[in-house]
Design a protein around this ligand. Structure first.
Ligand code: ADP
Ligand code: MG
Length: 600
């Protein structure tokens, strides 16, 4: 499930070897030099790939990180430091890391354009510092000594390709790890990432550190290419143009990094030939990038998504052919998912909430709410729109800071913990408005949710249990109702102590909703996960829950065994003020999730 695609790796390596043979042998020295420029720019593009493409952080200072790498190489070269160029290159990359982390620190509180301004500020100051202080060795005219094996330009091209390839393989491996995938989720929704136990702070800082490292290596390579670098090699205009190109092309995909590098190299040459100022090229990319920003997707992502969706549609057709012409899902599976009477909750309290009060300004969203989820049970939380159900889930999982009351998990207080730590302790939640990065496959999303390596068989069991399509299918072509189920599956995949589900059946038909209720009733025994279920559909609640608590305007108005509570006149009155509890209403509620800053 997480191996690198062997075929594309083989093709990539083949192309790299072919370039290493062909370029030095066939091209003139002018074009060889240009080819080196393209590969070195490609390396720096890879750094944009991590921070901008993958993590979605607007960083405008990658060339400043590159300047640090170049500076270290020049400095070590000047003093003939032991170890030689390759070691200096590595040290240059490492030297950029602490600076990357320092720049990343404000990113923990600041997002989007404001963060872009901060990184731009750093790029401007780096520009100023470099203009005043020359790179070491420039006045002595001591050019960087390349390794003897890679001394000629033809050979240096090979070295640049090797560095690019090693980084590309490293990044491909990294992208399969939890950290790499967490960046995708981070780009899409920081709250969703925190809910999956991902430390937003650590994940962002890691993105800055790694991207600074790669840019530093790129800068060192540039020093080796030019022999001597000057401040104008790292101007902030450069940073801007490359950023624009990154948005447009998507250098987190390797073909994007290569294209970006080539375009960067050729652009400069074309401008030179046409006797036009270099900045004009940057401006052109800037304009194109605005279009990319508007469409929200880079060129390479678009191409890849189309290809993946086509493959997935083929897979879906095959599945359909195998199961018969009509869509039989609900009817067939209903027959094999028998109704089980929700088990009366007798276990020890797993989640205990006492005296919970939450205020939003003058609105008291929750008023002294007590609620217990016994181990091994499914507990319902119902109530009219605006009753405080979503606020309850958000507060218990740590997304609302500043509440009164006590939340205990397995007898231990979790009040002081951030959302991601609560998630890792065993509290998972879904959101009323589902937020899943569409570029992930369902398998990848389940892996993020699980927070560990998930065996294919286990993932398949979960997808099958909740009636989701095959795991290779990308989320982008999964319908909204099924995405909710996938979200539930991802929460269960983590095997938390308690999963808090916010209207998982919204958008489902009555039959599908009932089916989900029956499945949820089996979750405690089958997966060892207790559930707090917020729902509107009473048939679903009846099918799934042994106990129900009813909220109205933030107050608990009834609590106890499901049937008894649903027949309570006060409960009936709370619903529409009539004497009837709505029967099979299916998720008419679309109220927005309370927006609170994640504190992770
Ligand atoms: P439910 O999920 O039961 O429909 P909510 O928990 O979303 O209800 O909302 C409960 C009340 O709290 C509503 O009056 C809502 O307007 C208010 N509320 C929720 N989140 C916020 C917020 N972030 N800021 C201000 N008011 C909020
Ligand atoms: Mg709600």
């Amino acid at each position: 499930m997480s191996a690198i695609n062997v075929r594309s790796t083989a093709i990539g390596l083949g192309l790299a070897v072919a370039a290493c043979v062909a370029v030095p042998a066939l091209l003139s020295s002018y074009w060889i030099y240009l080819a080196i420029t393209a590969v070195v720019s490609g390396v720096i593009m890879q750094s944009y790939g991590v921070i901008v493409g993958r993590a979605g952080v607007m960083s405008l200072c990658q060339w400043s990180f590159a300047a640090i790498g170049a500076w270290v190489v020049m400095r070590l070269n000047l003093s003939d430091a032991p170890g030689g160029f390759l070691l200096w290159l590595l040290l240059g990359g490492l030297a950029a890391v602490p600076v990357g982390v320092a720049i990343g620190l404000p990113a923990l509180r600041i997002r989007g354009v404001n963060l872009a301004v901060i990184t731009f500020g750093f790029a401007v100051s780096a520009d100023l510092v470099l203009n005043v202080n020359q790179f070491p060795g420039t006045s002595e005219l001591k050019t960087v000594v390349r390794p003897s094996m890679f001394a000629t330009n033809g050979r240096y091209f090979i070295l640049a390709v090797i560095v690019f390839t090693v980084l590309a393989i490293g990044l491909a491996l990294l992208n399969r790890t939890r950290l790499g995938m967490s960046w995708l989720e981070l780009r899409h929704s920081e709250r969703a990432a925190a809910a999956h136990g991902i430390s937003v702070a650590r994940s962002k800082l890691a993105a800055f550190a790694i991207s600074a490292f790669i840019a530093g290596i790129g800068g060192g390579l540039l020093a080796g290419q030019l022999g001597l670098v000057v401040s104008s090699n790292f101007s902030m205009g450069q940073s801007l143009a490359m950023f624009a190109m990154a948005i447009l092309i998507g250098p987190h995909n390797i073909e994007g990094a290569i294209m970006g590098g080539v375009m960067g190299a050729i652009m400069a040459t074309i401008m030179d030939k046409l006797k036009l100022p270099q900045d004009l090229g940057g401006m052109l990319f800037g304009v194109l990038a605005i279009f990319a920003l508007r469409s929200g997707i880079s060129q390479t992502d678009m191409v890849r998504a189309r290809k993946r969706e086509r493959a997935a549609r083929g897979l879906l057709d095959k599945v359909k052919d195998a199961t018969g012409p009509a869509d039989p899902a609900p009817a067939v599976t209903q027959a094999v998912t028998p109704a089980v009477t929700p088990v009366a909750a007798t276990g020890e309290p797993c989640l205990a909430v006492r005296d919970l009060t939450v205020r939003f300004g003058r609105v008291v969203a929750l008023d002294s709410v007590d609620l217990t989820v016994p181990a091994g049970s499914v507990v319902g939380l119902i109530g009219p729109n605006g009753a405080g159900k979503s606020t309850f889930i958000a507060t218990v999982t740590g997304f609302v800071s500043g509440y009164e009351g006590a939340v205990e998990l397995d007898g231990r207080s979790i009040d002081k913990l951030t959302p991601s730590v609560r998630a890792r302790r065993g509290l998972r939640r879904t959101f009323q408005t589902t937020v899943i990065a569409p570029e992930l496959t369902q398998y990848e999303y389940l892996t993020i949710g699980a927070g560990r390596r998930l065996a294919k068989a286990e993932a398949d069991e979960l997808l099958d249990f909740f009636g989701c399509p095959p795991g290779e299918v990308p989320v982008s072509i999964v319908d909204v109702g099924t995405r909710r189920l996938l979200d539930v599956a991802a929460a269960i995949a983590a095997r938390p102590k308690v999963a808090l589900l916010d209207e998982p059946a919204a958008g489902q038909s009555a039959a599908e909703s009932l089916l989900l209720g029956r499945r949820l009733a089996q979750v405690p025994e089958r997966f060892g996960v207790s559930i707090l279920l917020v729902e509107h559909d009473m048939e679903l609640v009846r099918a799934a829950c042994s106990q129900v608590t009813v909220l109205d305007f933030g107050h608990v108005i009834a609590s106890g065994p499901t049937e008894a509570v649903l027949e309570d006149p006060a409960v009936m009155a709370a619903y529409l003020g009539t004497a009837e509890v709505p029967g099979t209403e299916t998720g008419a509620e679309t109220g927005a999730e309370p927006v609170a800053e994640p504190t992770a």
